[in-house]
Design a protein around this ligand. Structure first.
Ligand code: S3P
Length: 168
């Protein structure tokens, strides 16, 4: 097995919730890359987007991916856009087993509707935005080592499914 496990997928896929439980089960460290960015910047993701723009956020995101790809024994919950950058992808592929948590647009909409902290979905028609982004990103997420459909599953079930795949 490679040194880390990286969970990728769209916003609202459950990467952080699944990652925490998975890390505990495997006695690994859990790292939420968005939280690491916020800590580094001492401000929220929403503030970074608003004050410094998305390209700046992506630069910091890349630094954080590089930093944690250089360590071992971690479950990494990756921000939804991490896979769109070739260098991020190369670093993650090299240092981690990548698991794509796949979720339908309808469920993503339901899970993200009540939160305002995701600047990309803070738009008049979030459903359309989710569909557009998913269409572009799906081929990148699909480059993961394996995919788990999370749509109508509980966290516990998703974790079991991941553990089974690793044991196989
Ligand atoms: C983003 C997803 C967010 C966060 C930022 C951009 C994206 O992370 O990194 O708002 O481009 O999909 P989550 O997937 O953890 O919500």
């Amino acid at each position: 097995m490679k040194k880390n496990i990286a969970l990728v997928g769209f916003m609202g896929a459950g990467k952080s919730a699944v990652g925490k439980v998975l890390a505990k089960r495997l006695a690994m460290d859990f790292v939420d890359l968005d939280a690491a960015i916020e800590e580094k910047e001492k401000r929220s993701i929403a503030q970074i987007f608003e004050e410094s723009g998305e390209p700046y956020f992506r630069r910091i995101e890349k630094e954080v991916v590089k930093e944690f790809s250089g360590k071992e024994g971690q479950v990494l919950a990756c921000g939804g856009g991490v896979v769109m950058d070739e260098e991020n992808m190369a670093r993650l592929k090299q240092s981690a087993n990548l698991v794509y948590l796949k979720t339908s647009p309808e469920i993503i909409l339901k899970r993200t509707q009540s939160y305002q902290h995701r600047p990309l979905l803070n738009v008049p028609d979030p459903k359309k935005k989710i569909e557009e982004l998913l269409k572009i990103r799906e081929p990148f997420y699909a480059r993961a080592d394996f995919t788990v459909d999370t749509s109508d599953k509980e966290i516990r079930e998703i974790v079991e499914e991941i553990l089974k795949r690793f044991a196989a």
